[in-house]
Write a protein that binds this ligand. Structure first.
Ligand code: SF4
Ligand code: MG
Length: 331
């Protein structure tokens, strides 16, 4: 296993008091696997990613275990973390313009990662920059290396970000809405590129998105989040064909099947509850058409509902003993 989160909770300080943003998140990512995290905005997808990278505000309270290649990294010092960020794990964001430095050429920005994380000498670095630009599908790498971010298109800039992320062959790549800002054809090219890089480098990828078309395109497994909790997880086909949780069903039902690629999530009536006003039972209660009395009172546990398929909903209460047969801890 490449990455494991064990009961990770995150609280942030808001107006002088701590508010729980993530509640007991447990998940795994294997080598060579792309795991999608989906849900409406404000569900905790990005916060899960930032917790793994530990790019959190000063007073954030992070609990639980985060294991990267079997090493517990949640207690790492800032310095130790900086070393593995970029080296073992890297992240790319929605808008490459905000992540790239407008004053430096893109070649220099890729090289900076190499300076930080490798022993390559100047000549070797120059060579590696060109290699990386080729790997991410940018032709005329020599010319592009001396371009500034604003001279490139959105799709090219995202390729540069991928090159920066790939500079040290990370074992884990976290992508937060990497194609949202791009038009559809460029989107498809970037997703192709990510699939290719995953296969070649045996990376694990976490793909955060609110676009089920993206999920269908690249993910092996999907995690559905709602209001700071995981509510369902399954292999990609299983989730699309046989969704169990009413929230997941809502997400899937809200998109016309043929137009899936163009449609965004989020047409379930009502709103995600705010973290400082979490209801005590099921967090989806107010919006759920299958809600029962127990749902208002008690938080539903995660139940095994199929092969490698888990859902946190009282409709699927497990019979005693079955939980142990869970196959959630796959390789
Ligand atoms: Fe709906 Fe109850 Fe399931 Fe929550 S636990 S999703 S309210 S049926
Ligand atoms: Mg987000």
């Amino acid at each position: 296993m490449l990455l494991e989160l064990k009961n990770v909770s995150l609280s942030l300080k808001r107006d002088g008091k701590y508010v729980k943003i993530l509640d007991e998140i447990s998940l795994q990512v294997n080598k060579g696997e792309t795991v999608g995290i989906v849900g409406e905005s404000g569900c905790g997808k990005s916060m899960t990613a930032l917790s793994i990278m530990r790019l959190l505000p000063e007073k954030a309270k992070l609990e639980g275990g985060i294991l990267l290649e079997k090493e517990e990294i949640s207690s790492y010092s800032k310095r130790k973390l900086e070393k593995i960020r970029g080296d073992k794990m890297a992240m790319i964001f929605q808008d490459p313009l905000t992540s790239l430095n407008p004053l430096h050429t893109v070649g220099r920005q890729i090289e900076e990662t190499l300076i930080l994380h490798t022993d390559l000498n100047k000549e070797q670095r120059k060579k590696r920059v060109i290699e990386l630009l080729n790997e991410v599908g940018l032709p005329r790498a020599d010319e592009i290396a001396s371009d500034y971010p604003h001279q490139l298109s959105g799709g090219m800039r995202q390729r540069i970000m991928i090159a920066v992320a790939m500079a040290c062959n990370p074992s884990l790549l976290i992508c937060d809405e990497p194609t949202t800002a791009l038009d559809v054809t460029v989107q498809a090219q970037i997703l192709d590129l990510m699939n290719h890089l995953k296969d070649v480098n045996e990376m694990g990828i976490i793909m955060i998105t609110h676009d089920l078309g993206v999920v269908a395109e690249v993910c092996d497994r999907v995690i559905v989040m709602y209001a700071g909790k995981i509510v369902e997880q399954a292999e990609i086909k299983e989730l699309f064909i046989n969704p169990k949780h009413p929230y997941t069903k809502g997400l899937l039902d809200s998109i016309p099947k043929l137009a899936m690629k163009k449609t965004k999530l989020g047409s379930i009536p009502g709103m995600v509850p705010s973290p400082d006003k979490m209801p005590k039972g099921c967090r989806f209660y107010e919006r759920c058409s299958s809600a029962m009395e127990i749902c208002r009172e008690k938080t539903p546990p995660m139940n095994l509902v199929g092969e490698e398929h888990l859902a946190a909903c009282w409709l699927f209460e497990e019979k005693e003993g079955e939980a142990n047969a869970s196959s959630r801890n796959k390789g």
